[in-house]
Design a protein around this ligand. Structure first.
Ligand code: GLY
Ligand code: MN
Ligand code: MN
Length: 446
């Protein structure tokens, strides 16, 4: 049903039901709302000379009948609020003469008032005047969004500086959103100076809190079940999309709300295509199948890849390449600890690949490792991180070496997520078979 027809039906058929109703608890696990408050505190401590404004995403620009709403990640990180059309405003107290960190003067979440007709279609929402507004959001002040311009103006009298998102996150497609948000603020505050808050938030997001790690473990555990199910069911003749569907079924039934990225199930030649997400080929005897498939739990992504022999047994050459990729991952895993950089880990894996094995022309294999080894994972599968900085305890990154030789229709990627710990690193998906023998053993139980 398209939006115009739907709006017509809304107007023509529905009678507004304007009675108060308790808002059901939202399905996502937000953990402790005090954690989000502490993040806002940290931001105000580091930006004490200006107000902070972040916009949540709006529903206006998406086809609500076909696409699920997803919140602006930076906004969600500071608010835990995943309903559309909200605004965050943080106002510090005037700076202390003794150089103490700034405290809040105002900590406000602006949300739209009830639209009872829309709620008939999309379910009950929280309104700013509902008695549970504070307890459900964890904000001391929740106001009608219509009040934002006047409250913002008032705040600017003490602080003519505005911290907001000025640059889109790479790969995010947020360019238009950022452009219109900044234009809106500049119209409201033509005399203010604007500073980008992205670097501070990127630093904060890179180190996960215990609550975030708990959610990521759930995403990983559910996705591991998807991979185990694939190991038990894969056989020649299946369509790639059948494998993807089976895996998705397993992680979704364990509470994941959506795939962290479009599932990649690539067999034969398509095992060498990095982000092949058509998943439309029949899997053949003798193929390897790269399965880069994982789900998100309460907003937190996971990212796991296994490469399986379609018939349950690697050929000699497949096993050779697989074992090499495994060796590269092990080498990087052994070196992962606080203080190392992602670039150094990448080099360790690349050197390993280059010093083991050859292609059909006697050349070294590093040329077939055509992507980076690691990226941060969090609210986004490619979470923001300052990659030149050494890793720290609490960071979650992938280790995903791969060798892709189109000429041999042979691609192998092994991808796991690690949590950097004070001593080294924890492999979050350790119960999922990784070595060639263990993979074959898991498949033998089909
Ligand atoms: N699944 C996307 C990636 O591995 O980065
Ligand atoms: Mn990845
Ligand atoms: Mn992946």
């Amino acid at each position: 049903m398209n939006r115009v027809i739907k709006n017509g039906l809304r107007a023509g058929i529905l009678i507004a039901a304007c009675f108060a109703m308790a808002v059901p608890t939202l399905a996502w696990d937000k953990g402790n709302l005090a954690d989000y408050h502490q993040r806002r505190e940290r931001i105000v401590h580091s930006t004490g000379d200006g107000v902070v404004v972040l916009f949540g995403f709006s529903e206006d620009e998406i086809a609500v009948s076909t696409v699920e709403f997803r919140q602006n990640e930076m906004f969600y990180y500071l608010t835990g609020w995943n309903q559309p059309d909200a605004i965050l405003l943080l106002v510090p107290k005037p700076p202390h003469a003794n150089g103490q960190p700034s405290e809040f003067d105002k900590e406000i979440l602006f949300i739209p008032p009830h639209d009872y007709r829309a709620e008939k279609w999309r379910g009950p929402k929280l309104g700013p005047d509902d008695p549970e507004a504070k307890s459900q959001t964890g904000f001391p002040t929740v106001l009608n969004k219509a009040l934002f311009p006047s409250v913002f103006h008032e705040a600017l009298k003490s602080f003519p500086v505005v911290y907001t998102e000025l640059t889109p996150q790479p790969e995010s497609g947020e360019d238009h959103f950022i452009e219109t948000s900044v234009a809106q603020l500049k119209t409201l505050a033509p005399m203010a100076s604007f500073r980008d808050i992205r670097a501070q938030l990127t630093r904060m997001r890179a180190v996960k809190s215990p609550g975030e790690i708990a959610l990521m473990r759930k995403a990983v555990d559910a996705s591991v079940e998807g991979h185990l199910a694939a190991m038990k069911t894969l056989k020649p003749g299946m369509m790639e999309y059948e494998v993807a569907a089976r895996m998705e079924y397993e992680y979704r039934r364990r509470g994941c709300e959506w795939p962290s990225y479009p599932p990649i199930v690539g067999s034969g030649f398509y095992s060498t295509v990095l982000h092949y997400d058509e998943d439309s080929r029949p899997i053949q005897d003798g193929d390897v199948v790269v399965m880069d498939v994982a789900g998100s739990y309460s907003g937190y992504a996971s990212d796991i890849t296994r490469t399986l022999p379609a018939n349950g047994h690697f050929t000699e050459r497949q096993r050779e390449i697989y074992t090499l990729v495994y060796g590269a991952q092990e080498a990087a895993l052994g070196a992962a600890k606080p203080g190392v950089t992602v670039g150094e880990l990448n080099k360790i894996a690349r050197d390993y690949i280059n010093s083991h094995g050859k292609d059909q022309h006697g050349q070294t294999l590093g040329q077939y490792f055509i992507h980076g080894l690691s990226h941060s994972v969090g609210l986004n599968v490619h979470d923001p991180m300052e990659y030149s900085q050494p890793v720290e305890p609490g960071m979650v990154i992938t280790l995903e070496p791969g060798i892709y030789i189109p000429e041999e229709k042979l691609g192998v990627r092994i991808e796991d997520m690690i949590l950097i710990t004070p001593e080294g690193a924890e492999l979050l998906s350790k119960r999922l078979p990784r070595q060639a023998d263990d993979v074959e053993r898991a498949m033998a139980s089909r």
